[in-house]
Design a protein around this ligand. Sequence first.
Ligand code: ADP
Ligand code: MG
Length: 458
Amino acid sequence: MQNDSLWQAVLGEIELSVSRGSFITWFKNTELVKSDAAVAVIGVPNVFIKEQLEHKFSGLISDVLGKNGVKPKAIEYKISSVVSTKPVYDDPVIFGEKAAEIEEEHVVKTANGSSLSHSYRQGLNERYTFENFVVGASNELAFAACQSIAQNPGMKYNPLFLYGGVGIGKTHLIQAVGNDLTATQPGLRILYISTEQFVQEFVDALRFRKTADFASYYRSADILIVDDIQFIAGKEKIQEEFFHTFNALYQANKQIIISSDKPPKDIPTLEERLKSRFTWGMSIDMQTPDFETRCAIIQAKSLDHQVTLSHEVVEYLSTNIPTNVRELEGALNQLLAFCEVRSLEPSLSVATSLLGTTKTRPKHLSAKQIIERTSRHFQVPIEDMVGPKRDKDIVVPRQIAMYMLRSELHLSFPKIARELGRKDHTTAIHSVDKIEKLSRLDPGLRQTIADIKERLYA
Ligand code: ADP
Ligand code: MG
């Protein structure tokens, strides 16, 4: 069969299994560029559609292609200029009631006349679940709060404000709440939106004088999840809009979940009234995962690829990529792909040669370095750190050093005690425990630990 007629057949079938809105938005201007035993290449007009087809409809496309006798090993999506010059769907902007008819998926025209696929879909990615989230000291509080919300949305912790550095699992967790609730309470209206998308939609709504519809759309959510709220900084009109959305939902006991890369007080030009509202419920500072958690994450992710890595490789990766899980995942994927293509075992030497030459630094942290770094941070002489003095300004740095020996090197308690000149290992147990507990409550202490870590790995 010719690609064209084959694709028409496929589209005909797809049209029956998705909503009209979905079909028009995602499939209408696609074509089959190529198909053979190895690969089917589908041409799509833009990157939004490419992503959507890849993430949401790949299974369906592959099934329907299969039914039509095409079973390639892979399906690829390519942005194809031929397709993008074709006229695009040009229904007017649709918000509100009519939007419901096409299942919350819209196509809006941008100012330059090109068409931008735009959807008020739930925005959830099934890949993010509670089950595949690795819990450790750095994120257990956030994890527990999110689980509790998934069980009882709108009751406790409203709003939940989750903040922390890049790539530490904020999006993962807040999406997991949405996915969990989608499964357990399918009747709920759960909306996940990135702040950038929220801003874009609001700007479009202004342009098309559809702000009332925009407002009613978001205010009718049962659960509203807004990711990366820091991007609302400096945007007055949107802050105003979000303020009203927030109030409407809050008053109706609807759950609001917000993530940010910094706490509300540090978001520049964020209106006071929003700042205060963001802290009405529960704010949680998510930490970069400790060494142990990083190892557990690598182990879990490599198992997803059906690979069991040796301890030394796991430790190598955790040591070299200390702060960002996304980068950690990236390095792991790079390693596994490299080994697969060359039929190599993912050994330490492969990992070192592959990653050592790129952005990571092969550096094996020692106990001595941790103690030195900590003593320098507090300007306490090393002799005092490992000596007998019990003054508070020495005891606390010493306890922090012990904590870091545990979290970063996973040393045994007797060894930690020895490193700091203590005879009794219960001192090490108490110290580590104490700092662990304190750091949960004291953002200043967490920052101190983060600063020391940052220097250690720099
Ligand atoms: P953030 O939103 O904080 O920048 P993400 O949630 O996007 O970070 O996380 C980056 C990547 O790391 C995602 O692929 C996510 O699944 C993964 N990840 C982060 N933390 C964990 C964890 N504790 N367990 C499993 N995967 C994690
Ligand atoms: Mg994120």
